[in-house]
Design a protein around this ligand. Structure first.
Ligand SMILES: Cc1ncc(COP(=O)(O)O)c(C=O)c1O
Length: 444
C-alpha cells in the first residue's frame, strides 16, 4: 500500500504549474515525496492521505504555539473582519512594539517586515550606514536568509570551503552579484582566536558581526564559553555593530530570546518565525543609537505589507502567550526537549545506531556519526560536515516519518509550548519502531 498516494498525485500535478512543484527549494528534500497537509492541531499534523504525525518541524520553528491555536485564530479572524491591510498606522503596531520593548531590553526601537530575510538586509544596510564601512563579518554555516548577502559562506562543500584561516564566501546559488560577496568576511564558528585574527585582518573596514547565538542551521551548536563575550568586546573596541540573528532563538529561548538566555546585549536583533506564530511577520529591533539612521530617514526601510494588521494581531496574541508564562518559559520546553534527546539516544544505543542528539533541548540536532568519527560535541560547520552521516540520517528520518514522527530533513528538531510529556512518550514509542526498521535496512 502506498501511504503517500495522494501527496504523490498532488506533487505531480503541482509540477505542471508551480516551478519544481514547491514554493521553497528546501521542501523538495522531503522523502519519499514532499507531503501535502490537510490539518494541524497542537503538535499533531495530518497529511492528505490521512497519516497523522507528531510534529517537531513545527513550521520550521515558527509555530512555537502549535498548529492552529484557538485564541490566535480568533485574534486573526476578529482583525480580518475589520480589515486585512491598511498600509498605514494602527494602534496594534504600537501594542506589539511595546511588548517587544518589555521582553527584550536591547529592543529600544523596532521596525517591522514580513520575513527575516528582509530584516537581515535592513540590518546590514543600517550597519554600513551607521559605521561608514563596507564589510559584514558572518560565520561559516550560519544562515541569514536566502539573499546574496545572507547566504555567503553558508554551506560550502569541503573541496571549496577554503583554508581554516580564510573560509570561502561561496554562495550556494547561481546568479548572485559577485561584488556583493566581496563585501562579506567569513569566520569559522566557535574559535575566538581565529575570530580575533579575522577582525584584525580587516581592521577599520568591518561594519558588523552577525551571528546565530546558537547555531541552528548547520547542526545545533551552542557558543563555546567566551565566544559571545569576545564578539561583544571586539564590536565595542573596533566600533562595529553586534547583530544577533534571533530568527530561531527569539521567544523560543525565553521572552528575551538567546540574548536573555545567554546573557548578552547586541546592538541590533533580527526577529522572525515565532514572533508571528506562522504569519509572515518579522522585526528589526535595536538600541536607539544603532537605529538612528532609520529614525532620521538616512537609511531607507520600506514595504507595502510592513505592519500588516493580520500579522500584528497574530503577533500580539503570540507575545502575550510568552509573557503569560513568565519564568516558566523556557524551562518547561527545555526539559521536554532534553527528555526527548535522552530517550532518542537510549533507543539508538539499543539498536547500535550512533545517534548523538546535540543542542539545548529547546531545539536540537540529531547527528549520526560516520563510521570512525570521534566522539564529543560537534563544534563547527566543518566538523558537522565531516562527522555527520547525512545519507544515514535521511533514511532514519524517513523511517521516523512513516511511524508518525516528523523531524526536519536536515536533522533539526523543534520543541514547542504545546508538546506535552505524553507526546514525548508517544514519540519515543514510535521512534523505537522506526529505529528497529532502520537498523535492519541500513546499510542499504
Ligand atoms: C537564523 C535565520 N535567519 C534568517 C532566516 C530567514 O528567515 P525567513 O525565511 O523568514 O526569511 C532564517 C530562516 O530559517 C533563519 O533561520
Amino acid at each position: 500500500m502506498n501511504r503517500y498516494a495522494k501527496s504523490e498525485e498532488l506533487f505531480a500535478r503541482a509540477q505542471q504549474s508551480i516551478a519544481a512543484g514547491v514554493n521553497s527549494g528546501i521542501r523538495k528534500m522531503e522523502q519519499p515525496v514532499p507531503l501535502y497537509f490537510a490539518k494541524g492541531e497542537g503538535c499533531r499534523l495530518w497529511d492528505v492521505d490521512g497519516n497523522e504525525c507528531i510534529d517537531f518541524q513545527i513550521g520550521q520553528g515558527a509555530l512555537l504555539y502549535g498548529h492552529a491555536p484557538k485564541g490566535m485564530a480568533e485574534a486573526i479572524a476578529d482583525q480580518a473582519r475589520l480589515g486585512t491591510h491598511w498600509a498605514a498606522q494602527s494602534e496594534l503596531e504600537i501594542d506589539v512594539a511595546e511588548r517587544l520593548q518589555r521582553m527584550i531590553p536591547s529592543a529600544e526601537r523596532v521596525r517591522f517586515n514580513n520575513s527575516a530575510t528582509e530584516v537581515v538586509l535592513s540590518a546590514f544596510r543600517l550597519a554600513r550606514a551607521h559605521t561608514g564601512r563596507p564589510l559584514i563579518l558572518k560565520f561559516e554555516g550560519h544562515y541569514h536568509g536566502w539573499s546574496d548577502e545572507g547566504l555567503a559562506g553558508f554551506a560550502p562543500p569541503p573541496d571549496r570551503w577554503g583554508s581554516d584561516e580564510e573560509p570561502s564566501r561561496l554562495h550556494p546559488s547561481q546568479g548572485v552579484i559577485p561584488e556583493v560577496l566581496e563585501q562579506m568576511v567569513v569566520a569559522r564558528w566557535n574559535d575566538p582566536e581565529h575570530l580575533r585574527r579575522r577582525v584584525a585582518q580587516y581592521r577599520g573596514q568591518i561594519a558588523a558581526i552577525v551571528f546565530e547565538p546558537v547555531l541552528c542551521n548547520s547542526g545545533c551548536m551552542e557558543p563555546v564559553p567566551g565566544l559571545i563575550e569576545e564578539i561583544r568586546a571586539l564590536c565595542d573596541r573596533e566600533k562595529m555593530l553586534m547583530i544577533a540573528d534571533e530568527t530561531i532563538t527569539g521567544f523560543r529561548f525565553g521572552a528575551a530570546g538567546a540574548q536573555g538566555y545567554l546573557g548578552f546585549t547586541p546592538d541590533l536583533t533580527i526577529l522572525g518565525k515565532a514572533i508571528g506564530g506562522g504569519l509572515p511577520f518579522a522585526a528589526l529591533a535595536g538600541k536607539e543609537a544603532a537605529m538612528r539612521k532609520i529614525i532620521d530617514g538616512a537609511v531607507v526601510h520600506a514595504g507595502t505589507l510592513n505592519g500588516n494588521p493580520l500579522c500584528l494581531a497574530a503577533s500580539r496574541w503570540c507575545l502575550d502567550q510568552v509573557l503569560a508564562l513568565g519564568d516558566l518559559h523556557p524551562a518547561g520546553v527545555r526539559s521536554l526537549g532534553q527528555d526527548l534527546m535522552r530517550g532518542l539516544r537510549e533507543i539508538a544505543d539499543r539498536y547500535g545506531i550512533p545517534l548523538r542528539p546535540q543542542g539545548p533541548g529547546l531545539v536540537f540536532h540529531s547527528a549520526i556519526l560516520k563510521p570512525g568519527s570521534p566522539e564529543g560535541p560537534i563544534r563547527d560547520y566543518r566538523e558537522y560536515v565531516v562527522r555527520h552521516d547525512a545519507p544515514r540520517w535521511a533514511h532514519l528520518r524517513r523511517c521516523l516519518l512513516e511511524e508518525g514522527v516528523r523531524a526536519i530533513e536536515r536533522g533539526l528538531w523543534f520543541l514547542s509550548l504545546v508538546h506535552r510529556p505524553e507526546d514525548i512518550v508517544d514519540a519515543l514509542e514510535r521512534a523505537d519502531r522506526a529505529f528497529a526498521r532502520h537498523a535492519t535496512e541500513w546499510p542499504p
